[in-house]
Ligand binder design. Structure first.
Ligand code: MN
Length: 133
């Protein structure tokens, strides 16, 4: 069964770009355009990995990720944090919110599927989560 990826992104062009990239690699996609929708969809569908834009309406990616990490079902789900602004401290903030890794826009669509494949493989191999817990 192919893995299911939840993409959380409010920018339609970025959503389209990532969706095209991942569908072409055979992933099943779930899509949310704000943090509240992401939480509801994640609880209902239990995706294998989440790609989270950090700048989102309603509930931003930082708050959404923190809420997900408090739920046992998502304590170890791989989460990729995406941010548009390569600002000092961003990386730390993204990881502190609970994302496993951090990528900045524009997204490297050639690298993204490889990163996702590796993270899902590591999760399935039962590797310890981030922080070694
Ligand atoms: Mn955004």
């Amino acid at each position: 069964m192919s893995s299911r990826i939840l993409i959380v992104e409010d920018n339609p062009l970025n959503m389209k770009l990532m969706a095209m990239t991942l569908v072409s690699k055979g992933y099943n996609l779930l899509k949310a355009t704000d943090g509240e929708e992401a939480l509801a969809l994640a609880e209902k569908e239990r995706p294998d990995l989440i790609v989270m834009d950090m700048q989102l309406p309603k509930l931003n990616g930082f708050e959404t990720t923190k809420k997900l990490r408090l739920m046992p079902a998502f304590s170890k789900t791989p989460i990729i944090g995406i941010t548009a602004y390569a600002m000092n401290g961003d990386r730390e903030r993204v990881l502190e919110a609970g994302c496993d890794i951090y990528l900045s826009k524009p997204i490297d669509t050639r690298a993204l599927p490889e990163i996702i494949d590796r993270m899902i493989a590591e999760k399935q191999a039962g590797n310890p989560g981030r922080n070694g817990d």
